[in-house]
Ligand binder design. Structure first.
Ligand code: AMP
Ligand code: MG
Length: 342
């Protein structure tokens, strides 16, 4: 990577100085760009919610540079299962939800009793946390309800460098947000699917993982609200998921942008954004592709539904996570498509 900061101590120094004064710093991770602030400062965390327009009830993930730092965020005891998972998957795209220590401000956890911790697998994120020597919150660096940023410019489009200091690490290689796994009350539950799937977690824990129960709210959602999950991770234009593309009746093909992993057979003037057919590559490209589609100012974005299964369980886990994001982006969760965007 020819990007900043690893070789530029000035940038890291400036970022740390900003964090110390309670200000915001966007940083690259292996998933998406995070909006960083001092996780132990109630005021700094308040600025994150304000900047994103995030509902106060939707908690933030605390980013750490080691399992030892994570343990300090967790009350009394770091469970053996957390230790096993951290050893297997950290640094990496797995957030663990555990009962919180009182040193974590309530605001971080949306007022709730548990905290999500994760150690990101990115040299710049780790260097930042290590230089700050304390955990930082890192929600995706986008306005609530909109697409997560996978490039520094996505963040710069929203805030000035004065409001949010951006550490540019180039495009994120993962492209979708971490798996969120709850370990509270003796249960193991996936609250948000990601690159690390239930099979991989089960292989480490040796017990079944619940996947379908509670769903963690996306950016714009105040709290889990079954049946009325709205559009999130969403482009500005109306978006539809279709098994096989066809211009909907009454829609002008010239206003349609098709996002597809298939060789396109476009109808009329339909514009096309091509997607890779492998799960990892599809995920890495997803948000940038939706942004590209949006930038064409279509009246409708149609995403052709990608495969549900990969060649192995790891690939299938990634497709599952991609489907969840696509369903959110198009408002198709089986419930109503009411928007909770803020
Ligand atoms: P983002 O900050 O955009 O990556 O989103 C973080 C996700 O993690 C959201 O869906 C949150 O609801 C979820 N999350 C963060 N902390 C907790 C927690 N303590 N309990 C349950 N879910 C959490
Ligand atoms: Mg987010």
């Amino acid at each position: 990577m020819e990007h900043q900061a690893r070789t530029n101590p000035e940038i890291l120094g400036e970022a740390v100085a900003r964090l110390k004064s309670g200000r915001l710093v966007a940083f690259p991770t292996e998933t998406v760009y995070g909006l960083g602030a001092d996780a132990l400062s109630d005021e700094a965390v308040g600025r994150v919610f304000a900047a994103k327009g995030r509902p106060a009830g939707n908690p933030l993930i605390v980013h750490v540079s080691s399992a030892a730092m994570a343990q300090e965020m967790v009350v009394s005891q770091w469970p053996g299962e957390a230790e096993h998972l951290a050893r297997a998957f950290w640094p990496g795209p797995l957030s663990l939800v555990l009962p919180k220590h009182h040193r974590v401000p309530k605001r971080v956890t949306g007022g709730g009793p548990s905290v999500a911790v994760r150690c990101p697998d990115h040299p710049l994120a780790l260097a930042l946390i290590e230089a700050f020597a304390s955990p930082i919150v890192g929600p995706s660096a986008n306005l609530s309800g909109s697409l997560s940023p996978t490039r520094a410019d996505d963040v710069r489009e929203v805030w000035s460098q004065d409001e949010v200091y951006v550490i540019d690490g180039g495009p994120c290689r993962g492209g979708i947000e971490s798996t969120v796994l709850s370990l509270v009350e003796g249960r193991v539950r996936i609250l948000r699917p990601g690159f690390i799937g239930s099979e991989a977690i089960e292989a480490v824990l040796g017990r079944p993982v619940e996947s379908d129960g509670a769903r963690t709210p996306a950016d714009g959602e105040p709290a889990p609200a079954p049946g009325i999950l709205g559009r999130h991770y969403a482009p500005n234009a109306r978006a539809l998921l279709m098994d096989e593309f066809a211009v909907p009746t009454g829609v002008d093909p010239a206003g349609v942008v098709l996002v597809t992993h298939r060789p396109p057979t476009p109808e009329g003037d339909v514009r096309v954004v091509r997607m890779p057919s492998r799960a990892e590559e599809y995920a890495a490209r997803l948000y940038a592709a939706l942004r590209e589609a949006d930038a064409m100012h279509p009246t409708l974005i149609v995403v052709e539904r990608p495969p549900r299964y990969g060649s192995d369980s790891a690939g299938t886990a990634i497709w599952r996570a991609i489907h969840e994001r696509l369903e959110r982006a198009t408002g198709e969760q089986g419930g109503t498509a009411a928007s909770h965007d803020t």
